[in-house]
Design a protein around this ligand. Structure first.
Ligand code: HEC
Length: 158
């Protein structure tokens, strides 16, 4: 019995070591200023702060990878959120979306924050400062409303 346990622990340790060879790709795609959300709509400083602090790591190509993403399987877990987050909404490529998609994503941003579905709860376990502060959801929503209207207006002009 004792030997079986020893073998089990050794195999487990070996497996964990092997996992470490499968590192995640931490290179961020290149950001083209003309493709960013800032090129599409005006993003005032208070909103920049919210997005930068609470959303950018999963919804932009300027992700900062924490040290524990060098440890597997945690890195895979985080990378999965980043890939999925970018697929759904990427501030770095926002201006490449068609008008209707831009407006839809803006309105979803308000919705997700208002219902506390974003920032992703798992992110807040570690990034405590990413928690939305009182009044920030309202500020974000009034900005998204304005941005949606501004996009509508500039599209009508064209
Ligand atoms: C830890 C990573 C992470 C953070 C931080 C994060 N998101 Fe997300 N977000 C995701 C993932 C993953 C999805 C896709 C799966 C889902 O909808 O739950 C998503 C989906 C969304 C969607 C839905 C888009 C759609 O197509 O339905 C919106 C809008 C969104 N996030 C906005 C935000 C905003 C605004 C913030 C900051 C306040 C934020 N997210 C922070 C990971 C994140």
């Amino acid at each position: 019995m004792k030997n079986a346990l020893k073998i089990f622990v050794l195999v487990l340790a070996a497996a964990i070591i092997v996992l470490q060879f499968f590192r995640i790709d931490q290179t961020n795609p290149v950001v083209n200023a003309a493709e960013t959300i800032d090129a599409a709509v005006e993003v005032p400083p208070d909103i920049q702060i919210i997005l930068g602090r609470s959303c950018n790591d999963c919804h932009s190509n300027t992700t900062i990878y924490p040290w524990y993403t060098n440890v597997q399987p945690t890195g895979w877990y985080v990378k999965n959120h980043i890939d999925d987050g970018r697929r759904h909404l990427n501030f770095s490529t926002f201006n490449t979306y068609p008008l209707s998609k831009k407006q839809k994503k803006l309105s979803e941003m308000c919705e997700e924050v208002r219902t506390s579905e974003m920032p992703l709860p798992a992110y807040l376990w570690i990034h405590r400062d990413a928690q939305m502060q009182p009044g920030e959801a309202e500020a974000l929503c009034s900005w998204t409303d304005q941005a949606i209207a501004a996009l509508e207006k500039s599209a009508a002009k064209e």
